[in-house]
Design a protein around this ligand. Sequence first.
Ligand code: ZN
Length: 275
Amino acid sequence: MKTLLLTLLMILQAAALEVAVSVVPLQTFVQKIGGARVHVTVMVPPGSSPHSYEPKSADMKALSKAALYFAVGIEFEEAWLGRFGDANPAMKIIRTDARIEKMALAHEEHDDHDHGTHDPHIWTSPANVRIMAHTIADALMEADAAGAAHYKASLEAFMREIDATDEAIKAALSQTPKGAKFMVFHPAWGYFARDYGLIQIAMEVEGKEPKPKALMQLIETAKKEHIHAIITQKEFSERSARSLADALEIDVRPFSPLHPDWSNNLIELARTIAR
Ligand code: ZN
């Protein structure tokens, strides 16, 4: 009881650094490095698609307290980061995608909800997350110099977790031939596929469910490529993935790139794709 009170007092005394981020995985990364020294607000609520998100007045209000904003390079930021800055000029905006080499979207993966010309799902690659983690740690150290030793130690621990995640993914895929294809509804796993020698086939056509003719072609492709599961995510409709899976008597497996447990989510995805 006494320790609980002490802990509460310590939390009340040391106001946490207020930080805002665009998507849930960034919250995971900032919390891993910041721990109790930071309080993180996420703009895109869990379960909704960041591609169609628009900030509400409550989101703008949350930003008024933030000292830092971590952007990831997703569509809505282009339209809104300027306004976020106007609403809170003291807030420093950090682009975690700044030192990331972006991949072009393959033509068949191109969405009409406009991913731009680059794939924005950069955090599905552990190699990218190593770079992002350093960018996050540098910004936290600059904003809160008193916590520098804490941030440095947490960054090192997070780097070990990223290494372990990478090793576990490689182990899961050790029997899977290079160039093996996996089928997804929304093409969110391009960087993951690139890093581990896999090929992502998207069902989504220009951001929409495939039409019957395209669906028939996908069924043929899935047969030819020995696809044994369709990866879906709760932020998008499962309807066409279900009909494809039913036609082939294979599984639909939900995996969201926005899952808060970044590491286990990627490892489980690798195990699902493995053959
Ligand atoms: Zn997406």
